[in-house]
Write a protein that binds this ligand. Sequence first.
Ligand code: PEP
Ligand code: CO
Length: 446
Amino acid sequence: MHDWKPSSWQKKTAAQQPLYDNHDEIGNVVDELSERPPLVTSWEVERLKSQLAIAASGKAFLLQGGDCSESFQACRADPIAKKLKVLLQMSLVLVYGMNKPVIRVGRIAGQYAKPRSSDNETRDGVTLPSYRGDCVNRIPFTTEDRKNRPELLLEAYSRSAQTLNYLRALAEGGFADIHHPENWELDFVTQSKKSQQYHQLVAGISDSLRFVETIGGVASGDLSRVDFYTSHEALLLPYEQALTRQSISGSGWYNLGTHYPWIGDRTRAIDGAHIEYFRGIENPIGLKVGPTASATELIDLIRILNPQRQAGRLTLICRFGAHRIKDCLPHLIEAVQKDHHPVLWSIDPMHGNTMTTDSGFKTRHFDQILSEVRDSFSIHQQQGSVVGGIHLELTGNDVTECIGGTGGLQSADLKRAYESTVDPRLNYEQAMEIAFLIAGQAREPN
Ligand code: PEP
Ligand code: CO
């Protein structure tokens, strides 16, 4: 691609970028970041792309989840391990129920920047820059905290590296060994319905494993580790540019700050800087698709982002909302089928279902989340298409941020353990309920 380079986005309009007071400072930070080692390699990125190609054809399933926004404060052993535990437990349910491999991807090790509806926030007559994530500024509403600071990008890089280092060790070592699912237990989970259902399933899997290994006389060695990949919204283009590198083997540019970057619903303008940046990188990429996307717009975007029609390259992460999915999804599927694009269709049942309670909590109702998941499966099935993945905001912490689910959380419970500074996440129980729903859905006859 000779008309592209990692910085060519700079000629276009870049939405959702923080304004920095000092141009030299941000320039120096980008120069410094460009010299740091990459966080992932092009071989890993290509391996993920080939696995996603299988998911696009319906023979594997993508499980992508994590915080709406990671905080620097959560770069600690416990929350990282807990998030991995939930994803490992969910993936076991999905593998068993769907009878296909599951690709595990965290919204993690770089999910530090957030799009906002306005550059500024006003409280009691005082106007300050909006909080845009820990890699830009800080939450408290003071001039000092809300100042956009380029050096926080260096901190984001370091925390991403530390998080990824721990995740890699957990995924490769004994922790992820399927023979020891007790490693994935969460201490606060006691007698929940979903955890009982999960434990029955685990007991069944352990029995089958013992049987196969006894009869075969060998241990299933590959089952002692898992592949685990990272993803984040590639929002702050100076940061993403700095981590974009030519592959060591010399063919093409890769974003090596993450395996699987995605484009947000607010930054997918066809002539905008984000699309310009993404079209040139070799990674598998996600595109958030919300209710305002028309079929023609979507097809134009797909043609720009995946002109070679490479399977595994492009994931459409649909986030319409329970009330809008039936109006929005069918004609988009039809348009993609007509134009023969090998996309992976994933469901984000979170971002179209956000609301604010009377007491001011941003929340999501679990029934609406489930309803969007169910409708998505049935619409795809009716149109001869496949759902290849799910994209969730979830945490391994014992939070009360979304309402409903078998735990029966009510709006009055939200204040008990509401930790998110941006969007509300599913807790363990709610996340497992979705995994069981999808596993069950997959077993239903056509
Ligand atoms: C997100 O994934 O946190 C997000 C902001 O999503 P969207 O771009 O779909 O609104
Ligand atoms: Co979010």
